[in-house]
Write a new protein. Structure first.
Length: 482
């Protein structure tokens, strides 16, 4: 199957599922290697990976010297073919520093206002904004178009931004800025993935971090990852629905409602509609990383990377997730049973059910053929549920019993075809008589009785035909000799 997706320039590309899974594996291997270079940073690396795979943004807060930039630089510096823009922002940073200055020469010579975009965020595949919350509010708001719509208007010209992800870090804790948080709500909500990074606490991990720093020169290179791998996977994920299972959709819907209500009860804001919609893509990421084209209930856990925004949210999410999986998995199992039931009914709909006592021999033969065809379909159908398996076994037994019963009726019909042998045989009829008995004998030998009763009748019928043939042959030979 060929999949269409759009690249960062909006051009339609194609890929097969095999190519998508190969790119996903390279992404997985790359980030697994990044994770092994740091301690107590698994969640951060995982969120960056998920953000890249659905072209979303990451905001990292934490104290100075916690290694935020080290992780980001390790990732961004090692993606082949990527155009990376990076800048530490301050309250004095201007639009022109971020989006590019006006081309003064063109203004003078041609009277046109254009920007020099070389080296600006307008050409970036990945953008890193250091000390993000130090920037002034107008600049932060002006970044919204680039981050969300990937379109920026500068003067009379509109620029398409080939941005996969904007990754920002700050030394301020977002929750420690209650006044600005409300003011910057629109900006912060653009960062689907948010995480707080602390200093390494575990003494064993601190020692391991020291060892890794001292042995940095011996560190092997990261596995290769090209920006086109990220573009391919993210393009397919954003343009093709992997949450096609209605029960998984219903479970996700109920999970987000329960979790949002639990947040409100705990005194926190409910989930925004934007976060509810966009977090659904994390389930699709989970499916792709596990080599699947369809989301399952197992993928619901990955929504936590987006929905959990507070340390206390994790327990609330886990409770809501377990409740909805238990409920909807049971419904899905019932659905699978219903599907199996329908399939069994479809097979059995072709099962003939005539009055065997009234059927002539030719109709009995046709009934055997029809029942044998149904039996073949039944034998290739393997139900998974106990309930359907019982009905399936019952149907198999019923057909086998009917076939055994038909054997007996077929033997009876064949015996009924035998012309009676009078005490004195007419020489003119001997040839016809022996042919009739030989024909019946041949038909009998084509029957393989499936029950003891049918076998007894079959043996008796063969004896009758054999004795009849023998008598006719004697009479025939005697008449011929005369």
């Amino acid at each position: 199957m060929t999949l269409n997706y759009r690249d960062l320039e909006g051009i339609t590309r194609t890929a097969t599922w095999a190519e998508v899974f190969e790119s996903a594996k390279r992404i997985q291997d790359f980030f697994a290697a990044v994770r092994h270079r740091f301690v107590e940073r698994d969640d951060l690396v995982r969120k960056i990976k998920y953000a890249f795979m659905i072209r979303e943004h990451v905001l990292i807060d934490g104290p100075t010297g916690a290694g935020k930039s080290a992780v980001l630089n390790t990732v961004l510096d090692n993606i082949e073919g990527a155009n990376v823009w990076s800048m530490d922002l301050t309250k004095f940073t201007t639009d022109t520093q971020v989006f590019g200055a006006y081309d003064v020469k063109k203004m003078k010579e041609e009277g046109r206002t254009e920007h020099i975009t070389d080296g600006s965020v307008l050409e970036a595949n990945f953008a890193k904004g250091g000390e993000f919350l130090d920037a002034n509010d107008p600049l932060l708001r002006s970044l919204l178009g680039a981050m969300n719509e990937r379109v920026v208007r500068r003067g009379p010209k509109e620029y398409r931004v080939p941005l996969i992800s904007f990754v920002a870090d700050t030394n301020f804790r977002i929750d420690d800025l209650p006044g600005r948080r409300q003011q910057l709500a629109a900006v912060l909500d653009r960062f689907l993935f948010q995480i707080t990074v602390e200093y390494v606490k575990d003494p064993k991990n601190r020692y391991r971090m020291l060892e890794m720093a001292l042995e940095e020169a011996k560190r092997p290179p990261l596995p290769p990852l090209h920006v086109n791998d990220v573009v391919r996977v993210s393009g397919v994920l954003l343009e093709h629905d992997l949450m096609t299972d209605r029960y998984v959709r219903e479970a996700y819907q109920e999970l987000t409602l329960k979790f949002s209500e639990a947040r409100v009860m705990a005194g926190r804001a409910p989930l925004s509609d934007r976060r509810f919609i966009k977090a659904a893509h994390t389930l699709e990421v989970g499916a792709i990383l596990h080599g699947r084209q369809v989301c399952t209930f197992d993928d619901l856990q990955y929504a936590a990377h987006v929905l959990v925004q507070h340390p206390d949210d994790a327990a609330l999410f886990e409770t809501a997730k377990n409740e909805v999986i238990e409920k909807w998995a049971a419904k899905a199992q019932r659905r699978e049973i219903d599907i199996e039931m329908a399939r069994l009914a479809e097979i059995l709909a072709n099962r003939p059910n005539p009055d065997l006592t009234q059927l002539p021999y030719s109709d009995l033969v046709r009934t055997v053929d029809e029942l044998t065809a149904v039996l073949g379909h039944l034998e290739t159908f393997e139900p998974q549920s106990v309930e359907v398996r019982a009905d399936h076994t019952k149907a198999l037994t019923g057909i086998h019993d009917t076939l055994a019963l038909i054997d007996g009726f077929m033997v009876q019909r064949l015996v009924e075809k035998l012309p009676p042998l009078p005490d004195v045989l007419d020489p003119a009829h001997l040839t016809a008589l022996i042919r009739s008995y030989q024909h019946v004998e041949g038909e009998l030998r084509n029957i393989t009785p499936k029950s003891d009763k049918a076998r007894a009748e079959w043996v008796k019928a063969l004896e009758i035909t054999g004795m009849g043939i023998a008598r006719i042959q004697v009479e025939f030979l005697g008449k011929k000799a005369v």
